[in-house]
Design a protein around this ligand. Structure first.
Ligand SMILES: O=C(O)CCC(=O)C(=O)O
Length: 260
């Protein structure tokens, strides 16, 4: 079963969400907006500006699996594009997602990484270390490598990289990983952009200890806790009013991550 594989390895890949044509449509929506306002790499909570991101985040196949993993009450905590331009050095160092987020539990969150272009060994798809989610937190060192996507350049050294498993994805496919799974990705040596849309889902009872001003969106079931402000969903595929929300929420997210 998918859930057993996820629990054993700390990730599951690939899961098909939609076909290549649909992925192209979503990619076009993204690139139309980029043509108007510039690159959208690594902005937080992009569903506050782009309605179609909310549509992908609430894809039934995706949410059904997320429900299997964390239960029937689900908040969407973040949606971020991780884009590596063709033939660039942009990479992601070995890390565990939960290190700087400030959540009070390690089992009430799951990340999904949806491919909107081809993610393979050449374009720098994600790599994961199976079973690493069962080993607790690894020591992360902050680095200042400008080509590292991560906000603090957080890096785990001495990872057993001979155990790494590549997670290639075609457009429309997703991988899912646990917040303690060690993962990384290499530069994009292909001629196309490598575009990932990363979603983070949490349960409503998960507390954010680093910020009282954090926000999320209930996408399935009920939120009986109200620990998070409610994010506003964009009304259109490109909602100009959402641009300010996007900037404000991104600054908040980055500030939260940087705090110890
Ligand atoms: O986009 C990548 O290559 C890495 C993404 C990542 O670290 C994540 O989704 O948690």
């Amino acid at each position: 079963m998918m859930k057993d594989e996820y629990n054993q390895n700390g990730f599951y890949s690939p899961l098909v969400l939609f076909n290549i044509e649909q992925a192209k449509i979503y990619r076009n929506y993204l690139e139309e907006v980029e043509n108007k306002i510039g690159p959208l790499h690594y902005f937080a909570k992009t569903y506050t500006m782009m309605r179609w991101v909310y549509e992908v985040a609430t894809n039934k196949i995706l949410l059904d699996f997320v429900e299997d993993l964390i239960g029937q009450n689900i908040l969407l905590y973040n949606a971020t594009f991780i884009i590596k331009e063709p033939m660039t050095k942009t990479h992601v160092s070995w890390h565990q997602d939960l290190t700087y987020w400030g959540f009070d539990d390690n089992e009430k969150q799951v990340s999904a990484w949806v491919a909107l272009s081809n993610a393979d060994e050449i374009s720098g798809c994600m790599q994961m270390i199976p079973g690493s989610h069962k080993k607790g937190f690894f020591d992360h060192k902050s680095t200042s490598d400008k080509n590292n996507v991560l906000s603090r350049g957080q890096t785990v050294n001495n990872v057993e990289i001979d155990k790494a498993v590549l997670c290639p994805l075609k457009p429309g496919e997703t991988s899912l990983h646990h917040g303690l799974t060690l993962h990384a990705s290499k530069p994009n040596n292909s001629k196309d952009r490598r575009i990932g849309l990363n979603f983070q889902y949490i349960t409503p009872d998960l507390k954010q200890l680093k910020s009282k001003d954090d926000s999320a969106l209930c996408v399935r079931g009920k939120d009986n806790y109200n620990f998070y402000k409610k994010d506003v969903i964009a009304k259109e595929n490109f909602d100009m009013k959402g641009h300010q929300r996007l900037i404000e929420r991104t600054e908040h997210y980055k500030k939260t991550i940087r705090e110890n």
